[in-house]
Design a binder for this molecule. Structure first.
Ligand code: SF4
Ligand code: SF4
Length: 425
């Protein structure tokens, strides 16, 4: 049986043919189940990768008539892709999920205030950096006026959401990187290599310090750095929410913005994973060429080699793999290699380095109960390792881990690995 031809007419929530064909690779072995965070929490087949593949195939084959019947099980999926790493048959679960979510969204768009708010937030705010900056400035002002405290006290803002909502940094920490070309400082041996830096959406207002550290490390290591003004959000959140059409608009803008660059570096695992898939998203040579020239910052630096010694950092730290770096891009060794170069830093293992933390874009806002259970497991694992510093390379993971460490009374600094590679002045 193949997906209905109704798919082409947009009247039935069926998969595209390639994604459907790949779902047939699943041999129902169940090896993916123990790696799946939602199965670990619920132990339900419908909350497992195998169960979800089965449901998506059933939908594609017309054995499930109402897409809304399976939607909750797909909504509960974090798209963390731990199941792809575990799968011996090479099922490309992420593609299958994203294709199905898009097909359902086309055929039966979500209704209601919450759905409208998410759509508005993702497309009209997150995807437009000027509005996102203004929104964070407004949130900061509201915090200073005590409105956050008031909203929590009056339960206008649920306690769980208040715990997740990050403190908005002061304006000087949210300022964007200057666009244009940056040259290494005088006295630094130049590599004769120019890289373009992708800055994304929420990293700037929440973790501007990570962008500044990235720029500083690249310059101190002798690279010229171009920050293109015309770049946009990567589109990952739109792909995950079933709107690849809108993500394509952003992807095309980024392909154009970085047209002159030979190497594009990014420092957010989720953005990097999405941009590595621009060839698939856009379905053209330009998207594929962009994907080939982009690099995760740690991979780029590990391959190029550090020429500037990082500053000393006396700490016992755990490195936690962001899902979209380890499962999505297969990058595990490079951040650890770089961190091994930091004088004084002791990296210790913890029990769940490759399990999702429960952040997954805006999953922790949309599925707070599951996200909290998953986040708690991660925080417990880090605390059990006895570390005084946590390192991870994605803004959502940084927020989620910080939030859950605080919740269990074990606040620790959570940093991006690039922050520890800044040389001593
Ligand atoms: S992507 Fe993650 S949450 Fe979703 S089925 Fe796979 S392992 Fe489970
Ligand atoms: S590991 Fe792969 S083949 Fe086995 S059940 Fe999971 S998705 Fe199917």
């Amino acid at each position: 049986m193949t997906p209905s031809s109704d798919h082409a007419r947009g009247t039935s929530p069926t998969l595209d043919v390639a994604a459907y064909a790949r779902s047939l690779d699943c041999v129902h072995c169940g090896l993916c189940l123990p790696t799946c965070p939602t199965w670990q929490v619920t132990t339900l087949e419908t909350e497992s990768p195998r169960g979800r593949v089965y449901l998506m195939r059933a939908l594609a084959e017309g054995r499930v008539a109402d897409a809304n019947a399976i939607r909750p099980f797909l909504d509960h999926c974090l798209d963390c892709r731990a199941c792809e790493t575990a799968c011996p048959s090479g099922v490309r679960y992420g593609e299958l999920l994203e294709s199905t979510r898009a097909a359902i969204e086309r055929a039966a768009p979500r209704r209601g205030l919450a759905a409208w708010l998410v759509r508005t937030l993702l497309w009209h705010v997150v995807a437009r950096q000027g509005r996102l900056r203004a929104a964070f400035a407004g949130l900061r002002a509201a915090e200073l006026l005590g409105l956050r405290w008031l909203a929590t006290r009056t339960r206008l803002l649920p306690a769980a959401m208040a715990a997740l909502a990050p403190r908005v940094p002061p304006g000087r920490e949210r300022r964007p990187l200057p666009t244009g070309l940056h040259q290494p400082p005088a006295g630094v041996a130049r590599r004769g290599v120019r890289v373009a830096l992708f800055t994304g959406c929420v990293m700037e207002p929440l973790f501007g310090r990570v962008h500044r550290a990235t720029l500083q490390v690249l310059l101190a290591n002798g690279f010229e750095v171009l920050v293109p003004a015309a770049q946009r959000c990567c589109g990952a959140l739109l792909v995950h929410s079933g709107r690849p059409d809108r993500a394509r608009e952003l992807a095309r803008a980024n392909v154009a913005a970085f047209a002159e660059a030979d190497i594009v570096v990014d420092n957010a695992a989720g953005c990097g994973c999405a941009m590595a898939e621009y060839g698939h998203l856009l379905g053209d040579a330009a998207g594929a060429a962009f994907a080939r020239k982009r690099r995760d910052i740690c991979t780029f630096l590990a391959q190029a080699g550090l020429s500037a010694e990082p500053a000393e950092c006396r700490a016992k730290a755990a490195y936690d793999d962001p899902c979209h770096l380890c499962h999505g891009q297969g990058i595990r060794r490079e951040p650890r290699e770089l961190l091994a170069r930091v004088p004084g830093l002791e990296i210790v293992p913890h029990a769940r380095p490759e399990e999702c933390c429960g952040s997954a874009g805006i999953y922790n806002l949309l599925q707070p109960d599951l996200a909290a259970a998953i986040g708690r497991r991660k925080a417990d694992s880090l605390v059990a390792a006895g570390v005084d510093l946590v390192l991870t390379g994605n803004p959502g993971c940084m927020l989620q881990i910080d939030s859950h460490l605080r919740r269990i009374g074990h606040q620790r600094p959570v940093r991006h690995p690039i922050e520890l590679l800044v040389p001593a002045r």
